[in-house]
Design a binder for this molecule. Structure first.
Ligand code: NAD
Ligand code: ZN
Length: 375
């Protein structure tokens, strides 16, 4: 008997359409190009954006090993590879970038191209902000967190032994080039950490983004470009719109801190070792929404929906051994307490927030216990 095996040659799905955003700043404007394979067209994109022709790539061993090849043509200069990780986000690493630039004779007609996650983007951006009183920086973010958050907005800087991000500048990028394909090599935990910030944007400003994320979790984790592109683009659009209204964080930009009061405190009490930043924000959003629901300003159905999405995204490091009182103490050190009351970004619905100045320490303690900390 003859049997036939049908082989269907399926063609790869079409690439999603590129998205280009423009961000206005007090010193001009820049574009964010979000497109699959944009990193392969980097030279042309930088030429089009008017980036000076002498370009110095700043990256890390890890990122360069995975993606250096596709970026070979960007510059004739050797890449400046700096050590990776938050513990190297300090002035000595900036010094290494200065050394390399000076040795190569980089002048005011030179630019830095940061190809990296948020740590190196912040460090390279700070080097660019200060070298010869400022040369252009291009951000080519390679983590989800950097693509949706740190590469947009112009904040650059480093840590000091006494605190995070204490030394910095506002130095908006000359342009931002986002290639979702670079995320294919990102460890799942790092990817998830960035996705909590996406959820944050959904809660503060966009019910459609929240739904898009929650309905496409599997495709997002599979790094499917057609699922990633709209989610990254909408996140950048929200951050850019907020930053445009409030470049120097005096008002509306504070809404971006949703989930960050408790989140920063959780990071601090665990000495920045237990959580990826986004994971701490996952808990911070749960705490803020529990607090808002207890006050009756956030519908219970929305609170449950947010909690269910965060749970669905995957496991978070344990918090059962952490004392709520200690975490509340840490928020005080974060200078957010005025006369025993906390400033807090609370969700009002999925898609909008309200900023209040009267959260009591007891309310926060109760919310933290509610999400699993020790009473
Ligand atoms: N400037 C801002 O507005 C702003 C906003 C948010 C966060 N930040 C800063 O961002 C930093 C965190 O950034 P992050 O989460 O990107 O961390 P990160 O830069 O440390 O990157 C995380 C890890 O992913 C690896 N990696 C990066 N790209 C990869 C890729 N494509 N494939 C495989 N591995 C890859 C890195 O080597 C690193 O080990 C913090 O220092 C934070 O303060 C800044
Ligand atoms: Zn954050």
């Amino acid at each position: 008997m003859l049997s036939y095996i049908a082989i269907t040659m399926s063609s790869p799905p079409p690439l999603p359409d590129p998205v280009r955003l423009t961000v206005r700043t007090s010193s001009g404007s820049y574009t964010i190009e979000i497109a699959p394979e944009s990193s392969r067209r980097l030279s042309a994109l930088l030429d089009a954006a008017g980036v000076p022709a002498r370009r110095f790539v700043v990256s890390t061993q890890t990122v360069w090993r995975f993606h250096g090849e596709r970026l070979q043509g960007v510059t004739a200069e050797d890449p400046i590879l700096i050590p990776d990780g938050e513990r190297f986000k300090h002035l000595a690493t900036v010094g290494r970038i200065y050394d390399a630039l000076i040795r190569a004779g980089a002048d005011r007609a030179s630019a830095i191209v940061a190809v990296s996650g948020g740590v190196t983007g912040d460090v390279a951006g700070f080097a660019a902000a200060t070298y010869l009183r400022g040369i252009p920086v291009v951000q080519v973010p390679t983590t989800l967190l950097a693509q949706v958050d740190s590469a947009v907005g112009g904040k650059v800087g480093v840590n000091h032994p006494l605190g995070k991000n204490l030394i910095g500048a506002f130095h908006p990028p000359a342009t931002v080039v986002i290639d979702p394909e670079l995320l294919a090599t990102l460890p799942r935990r790092e990817f998830r950490a960035g996705l909590y910030e996406v959820v944050k944007y959904g809660v503060i400003a966009s019910r459609p983004l929240f739904d898009l994320t929650s309905q496409n979790l599997a495709a997002l984790f599979a790094r499917d470009a057609s699922a990633l592109l709209p989610v990254v683009a909408e996140s950048c659009r929200i951050k850019a719109a907020i930053v445009e209204q409030d470049e120097r964080e005096t008002g509306v930009r504070r809404t971006l801190n949703f989930g960050h009061t408790a989140g920063h405190a959780l990071e601090a009490v665990t000495k920045y070792r237990r959580f990826r930043h986004g994971e701490a924000i996952g808990y911070g959003m749960l705490a803020a929404s529990a607090l808002a629901a207890a006050r009756g300003v956030f519908p219970e159905a929305d609170r449950a929906e947010l909690a269910s999405l965060i749970t669905k995204m995957g496991p978070l490091p344990a918090v059962a051994d952490l004392s709520a009182a200690e975490v509340v103490e840490a928020t005080k050190r974060d200078k957010k307490v005025i006369a025993g009351r906390l400033h807090f970004v609370l969700p009002a619905a999925i898609g909008s927030t309200t900023i209040v100045g009267d959260v009591t320490l007891e309310e926060l303690t109760e919310a933290l216990v509610g999400i699993g900390l020790k009473g």
